[in-house]
Design a protein around this ligand. Sequence first.
Ligand code: SF4
Length: 189
Amino acid sequence: MKLRIHDFETRSRANGPGIRFVVWMQGCTLGCAGCFNPTTHDTSGGRELTIPELAGHLRTARDSGTAGLSLSGGEPLQQPAAAAALLDAARALGMSTLAFSGYTHDEIVALPGGADVLARLDVLIDGRYVASDRLATGLRGSANQRIRLLTDRYSLADVEATPVGEVRISPTGEVVLTGVDPLKLKVLR
Ligand code: SF4
């Protein structure tokens, strides 16, 4: 089974509690105005990785101290079978699981494969991004979104304590900004 992804990051502190492996899924048709990640929308963009390939990266990250897996968008629920398989791989490694979805919890329940994804999550942040209700704190991009604690692994305070943004610089000099309110870089003259 393959998963179409935009990118992944092995050690993030701005995408859920603790140090997390983040997979940005590729493909989203929900079309929220003001979406912060439009390059993830094209359903034929990004690249495909197999679940065993990603599970291998997860294991390496787990062995280096990464405690959880976060699925972000793109839209994880538009690849539900692959998302569920990756969440299974994370749980088999003892990692916690979290997903951001533009669908509401009720919509996910009604989606084919949606309940299978929910059954494998500790935390869900759900709902479309609504720019006029922008919040950008506690992992919620806008005030309509909800933090759903689907297990007792984390408290609401744990989730809301997530930093709102981070800057990561790879060994090759690539700069990555992530989080619900990534830091804005200023050019000084
Ligand atoms: S659901 Fe997420 S990725 Fe999709 S358009 Fe809305 S904010 Fe963007």
